[in-house]
Every structure is written in C-alpha cells, then in structure tokens.
Design a protein around this ligand. Structure first.
Ligand code: NDP
Length: 475
C-alpha cells in the first residue's frame, strides 16, 4: 500500500509545515497541502454549481433562444416551473450513448495505438516520444505526442463523411447536443471518481500523490499527479486534448452545418468563430510537446477539475459562440468582421510569441536570441522532495519583460474576438471572456503563489524586475 504510506507521510509533511509556519520547505512547491476555508468554499460551490451552469446555458439555448434572463423571468413570474423546464429537456438516448462511446473509443485508439508519424514529414513539428518536466518527486515522464495526427485523422474522416460518404449528418453533434451532455457527464464523473480511487489504492507514482485530508479538495484538485494506465495512457494528456480539444473544432463544424441546413448559408460570424478557434486548436496540437511544460501537466493533479472539466466544461462552454450563432445567425458588416479578425489574430500572435519565447529560452537554457538579442534573466534554484537542488532561470526580456503573464493577455484578446462575432443582442456568448478573465487571473495568482513557494527570494527578485502581471503599467 505505497499510496497509503505516502498518505501518512503527506499528512506528516502537512503537520510539520504547519508547525514550522513555512510553506517553502523542500518539495512543498506542488499543489497546496492545506485547504483554507476560501478554497474549500470555492470548491464546494464549483462541485455543486458548475454542472448546473453548463445545463442552464445549454438549456437556455434549447428552450429560450439563448436568453439567459428569460428562463429566470419565467420562473419568477410563475409562467413556468422547474419541472416544466426539466420535462422539456431531452433525455439520454441510446443513439447519443452509441455516438459518445464510439467517439471516445476512437480517440483512445488514435492515442494509444497509432504512434506519431507527423513529425517524420512535417518540418518543425515536435511529435513522437517526448519528456515532460521534473515532477515534485523528481520523476521525468515520457509521453507519446500524437495529438496533431489524431486531430488530422479525425477531421479528414469528418470531411470525407460530410462531402462523400454521407454515413451520418454533419449536424449530428448539434442534433444530439443535450443527450451527449449526459454522456459527457457520466464520463467526467466516472473518470474523476476512478482517479480518486486509483490515487488511494494503485497510484502510478505514490511519491507524487498529495493528500490534504479534505475529501472534497482531493476529489476536485486530484490526488495523483500523473495517473496512467500502462506505460502510455496518460490521463491528463488524453482527457485535455482528445475528448475536449479535438472535439472543439468538430463541434464548431457541426454548428456551421446546422446554419447551412436551417438558413441555406453560413454567416461570416460563424466562419470567423470556426477560423479563429480553429487556429487556437491547431496551435495547441502543433505545440502539444510544449504543452507538457504548461501548468496543467507540470503542476496540476488529476481530479474532477481536469477530468470533468475536460469532458463537460470545455466542449460545452468553449463552443457557446457557435451554438449561439445557430439560433441567431449574425452577418457582420465588413469593417466589424475585419476588426474582429485583426483583434483575434493580434491576440493569437501575442499568445504564441510569448509562449514560444519562454519555450525557446528554457529549451536552450538561455542560449538563444529573443528579439535579436541575448535574453536577460534571473538565476534561481529550488529543491525536490528527495532534497536534490535544481537550478533554473526566469527570463526578464522579450514579452516576459513586459509583464509576467503576457501570454494570458494575448489569450484574452483572442477570447474577446470570439465573443464579439456574436454582436451585442445577448450576454450568453460573452460568458467566455468573463470566464477566461477569471480563470487566467486566478491562474496567474495561483501560479505566482506556487512560484514563490518554489523559488522563494529568487521569485521576489523577479517580481521586482517585472512588476506587472498582465498589462504593463496597469496590472
Ligand atoms: P505559463 O506558460 O505562463 O507557465 C507558467 C510557468 O512558467 C511558471 O509556473 C514557471 O514555471 C514558468 N515561468 C514563469 N515566469 C517565467 C519566466 N519569466 N521565464 C521562464 N519561465 C517562467 O502558464 P500556463 O501553463 O498557465 O499557460 C500556458 C498557455 O496556455 C498560456 O498562453 C495560457 O493563456 C494558455 N491557457 C489556456 C487555457 C484555456 O482554457 N484556453 C487554460 C490555461 C492556459 P517553472 O516552475 O518551470 O519555473
């Protein structure tokens, strides 16, 4: 029972850290060891309300033409009852269950059984077997990076079906959207619960498990750092990328097909949403190896937050603009369409270049050029649980000299562009920018707290040199 031993030593570490009043002792730089009341309240709130929020948004499109206000007004005025809304909600169907099982099984096959061949012929693409970052226990995991290939195969088959084979309608996702929601929830809860049990009884790496002693926190934020089945099925890489992000572009294509079916044309706003979000998704898969160094893989444990979030929250709420445009087909004027396109592309450029600068800097250990010059940086060090000291560098030039998270700023500009395609008639499409702002600002604070725990006074030197988080001179 390695995991139970680790649970005991986790609790021991937690007690010692409380006694010492310090959070910065060795190996303390991963996820939180203690749960403050605010974190606990937020977690309970999300566990209860996040599934309801997703249902409310999708139901309001299905029954109220995407108005978020009208269902509430109807309920408050007594024009409708919760039971009426519920009775009008499509239930789980065998058809949806069949589609979903086929979809997930197909993605598992692409992930586990088809080694990457894209890196053999695409210049500049990094695929195949790649290493992740050092975990808090000092482990370096290997990953099979084949997401781009999975995305290409899936989309080639999608287009082949839409234009040639006609085995199913390209509107299939939209037509089964709510029954599929129940399937996605079953998988999301199933995988999170399985990950919790696995963390206790058969973890992949017991030393990288964290037990806070709080059931809800552990369920939400996860116990295991990198749960795996066998050598290659990595939960984090699979669930974030495959049922979530491969689906994103397919869902948008299904919405475009529905517009074509309903109105005989696809609006320029729908094309913009498909194009801008398509670039973001393709960027993700083109840079999947880089993704191994992002917070999701490097620092977050696998629990409900990632498991349910990847299965339900991401595919349902990140695609709200396309869904909205099926109910409200907005045709933008040329100036507005061009303005939105420019905002989206500039946002994407900042997002990509900022991420690329850090990746290049870290890969070459600072031996590279950023904007034509040698990068400036601060030397820093940290310790893993076994007491080994590691050395690292924090870049202070390029976009990383402008703000500590300028990549998030670019991401937010792109997110705003998606929302603006929908015009201003309803607030529902703007949920995305509000959510992304909360997510990324919270992530910024969470990451900085973690970096301070990891690097201590070196992190202080860095924040003195680069004082702003997102917008130079403002925040
Ligand atoms: P970052 O890529 O910004 O990674 C933060 C980490 O980078 C820190 O923990 C630290 O890690 C290292 N770091 C921080 N400052 C420096 C520096 N100056 N020089 C070198 N390394 C530094 O964050 P994320 O992983 O959160 O985001 C990656 C991208 O993904 C972002 O562009 C973000 O916008 C996007 N994203 C999108 C989401 C979505 O839902 N659409 C959700 C989350 C992220 P270390 O411990 O290695 O020092």
């Amino acid at each position: 029972m390695a995991a139970l031993q680790e649970k005991r030593s986790s609790e021991e570490r937690r007690r010692k850290s409380v006694q010492n009043g310090t959070q910065t002792s060795q190996g303390q730089w991963g996820r939180a060891w203690e749960v403050d009341w605010f974190s606990l309240a937020s977690i309970l709130f999300l566990l209860v309300f996040a599934p309801l929020i997703v249902y409310y948004f999708i139901m309001s499109c299905d029954q109220y033409q995407c108005s978020l206000i009208n269902p509430l007004v109807d309920l408050l005025m007594g024009n409708t009852h919760l039971s009426d809304i519920w009775n009008k909600t499509p239930t789980l169907t065998y058809k949806a269950a069949g589609i979903y099982i086929l979809w997930v099984t197909f993605q598992v096959i692409l992930y586990v059984f088809i080694p990457d061949f894209c890196h053999k012929f695409l210049p500049g693409y990094v695929g195949g077997i790649q290493e992740g970052a050092v975990t808090p226990a000092g482990v370096v995991n290997k990953y099979e990076i084949n997401g781009l290939q999975a995305w290409i195969i899936t989309h080639v088959l999608w287009f082949a079906n839409a234009f040639y084979f006609h085995c199913f309608s390209p509107t299939i996702i939209f037509d089964n959207w709510i029954p599929l929601l129940w399937c996605a929830n079953i998988l999301g809860y199933g995988v999170s619960t399985f990950a919790m049990i696995k963390g206790y009884f058969f973890p992949t790496n017991a030393k990288d498990c964290k037990f806070t002693g709080n059931f809800f926190y552990d369920y939400m934020m996860g116990i295991e750092f990198n749960p795996r089945i066998g050598k290659w099925f990595d939960f984090k890489l699979f669930f974030n990328g495959r049922p979530g992000i491969v689906a994103w572009t397919l869902i948008n294509l299904s919405y475009a097909a529905k517009q074509q079916e309903l109105y005989g044309q696809v609006t320029n706003s729908m094309i913009l949403v498909n194009a801008l979000q398509g670039i973001y998704v393709l960027d993700f898969f083109w840079n999947e190896a880089w993704y191994l160094k992002t917070i999701d893989i490097c620092h977050d444990h696998f629990g409900w937050y990632l498991g349910w979030g990847d299965c339900v929250w991401l595919p349902y709420l990140y695609t709200l603009q396309g869904l909205y445009l099926v109910y409200h087909p907005v045709q933008l004027g040329t100036a507005n369409a061009v303005g939105i396109l420019i905002l989206g592309l500039v946002g994407y450029y900042i997002f990509r270049v900022t991420n690329h600068q850090k990746d290049l800097f870290r890969r070459t250990n600072g031996n590279c050029k950023i904007w034509g010059k040698k990068p400036e940086y601060i030397e820093c060090s940290y310790m893993s649980v076994d007491g080994t000291r590691y050395y690292s560098k924090l870049m202070t030039s390029g976009f990383w000299g402008w703000a500590r998270h300028f990549n998030y700023t670019g991401d937010l500009m792109g997110s705003l562009a998606y929302c603006l395609t929908c015009g201003f008639a309803h607030i529902l499409p703007y949920f995305y920018i509000v959510y992304m702002a909360i997510l990324l600002i919270h992530r910024c604070v969470r990451d900085e707290h973690r970096c301070f725990s990891k690097y201590g006074k070196d992190w202080k030197r860095y924040t003195t040199k680069v004082p702003y988080r997102l917008i130079p001179g403002v925040f």
